[in-house]
Design a protein around this ligand. Structure first.
Ligand SMILES: NC(=O)c1ccc[n+]([C@@H]2O[C@H](COP(=O)([O-])OP(=O)(O)OC[C@H]3O[C@@H](n4cnc5c(N)ncnc54)[C@H](OP(=O)(O)O)[C@@H]3O)[C@@H](O)[C@H]2O)c1
Length: 267
């Protein structure tokens, strides 16, 4: 971790904070000295002791519900670091699908959810000195991934959104980072065989890339896929590097961010 992390002393809000990568971001922000972390969750009553002893405040938040998003912005006026992490992957094809509405639901969460949050919190960030936005994206958004029908286009849209947000909010001093993520060991990738990264490593990598002032950063498993920049996150640990090599040798037929990457990877 750099000597002075942008997370230190920050007031952060993480969407989809009750599990997986979102929960890991909350823990890593606290470990880096965040003053307060708002944990945005859809079902506050389901959160038990995940965040005990941490400076965490639970905020009810469905990112597709405009009224809830605006209420969160009003209730959290001190936020200066926003992590747009909430995401949905339905594991459907785009054209030959039995669930044609799935693509719309994926777009609602993965693209419009990020847009809703960005619009609502831009004035809050501006009022708090500019601040930071970290968008948790996917290697499937950096190139078109078959079998990830609605998810891949929605993440691609969110990648463009990240660039445009960066330009639009530059004048108020808001820094925006797009974090390109490969397969991670969470509910979303429960069906995936093969190498998956630890969610905490993703949070560490994302916050370290933010500290470095990067604006598109690939986590190790995502690096090297077409459309993804090389890994500029925390350099892979020895453990990660060897697991990455193993992953390159293990071809999975499961539809996932891993198989998306493997479909065109240059391992
Ligand atoms: N796991 C991977 O392999 C992988 C790879 C690349 C990118 N990512 C991205 O990483 C992010 C986190 O995913 P994860 O792996 O941690 O998956 P996860 O374990 O399934 O967690 C997804 C989180 O998003 C929340 N969420 C879903 N819809 C929401 C909505 N409408 N409003 C607010 N929150 C909502 C979920 O809440 P509930 O618990 O209430 O459902 C949950 O907290 C996502 O953006 C995902 O696309 C993951």
């Amino acid at each position: 971790m750099p000597r002075t992390s942008k997370a230190a002393g920050s007031v952060a809000l993480v969407t989809g904070a009750n599990r997986g990568i979102g929960q890991a971001f909350v823990q890593e922000l606290a470990a880096r000295g965040a003053r307060k972390v708002y944990a945005g969750v859809r079902s506050p009553s389901d959160v038990t002791d995940e965040f005990s002893e941490l400076p965490v405040e639970i905020v009810p938040l469905d990112v597709t519900d405009l009224a809830a998003v605006q209420a969160a912005a009003a209730a959290c006026p001190d936020v200066n670091l926003l992590v747009n992490n909430a995401g949905l992957f339905t594991n459907n094809r785009l054209v030959r699908t039995d669930d044609p509405d799935a693509a719309r639901r994926e777009m609602e969460v993965n693209y419009f959810g990020v847009l809703n949050m960005t619009r609502a919190f831009a004035p809050v960030l501006g009022a708090n000195g500019g601040g930071y936005i970290a968008n948790v994206l996917s290697v499937a958004g950096a190139f078109p991934a078959p079998f990830m029908g609605g998810y891949s286009p929605a993440k691609a849209a969110a990648l463009f959104l990240s660039s445009i947000t960066r330009s639009e909010l530059a004048e108020q001093g808001t820094e925006v980072i797009a974090l390109i993520v490969g397969s991670v060991d969470t509910r979303m990738a429960a069906h995936v065989q093969g190498r998956k990264e630890d969610p905490r490593d993703i949070a560490r990598a994302g916050l370290t890339a933010l500290d470095r002032g990067e604006y598109v950063a690939s986590c190790p498993l995502a690096a090297g896929a077409p459309g993804s920049p090389p890994s500029t996150c925390t350099p892979p640990t020895a453990k990660m590097a060897s697991a990455q090599r193993a992953n390159c040798a293990t071809r999975s037929s499961a539809s996932s961010d891993t198989s998306a990457r493997e479909g065109a990877a240059r391992c």
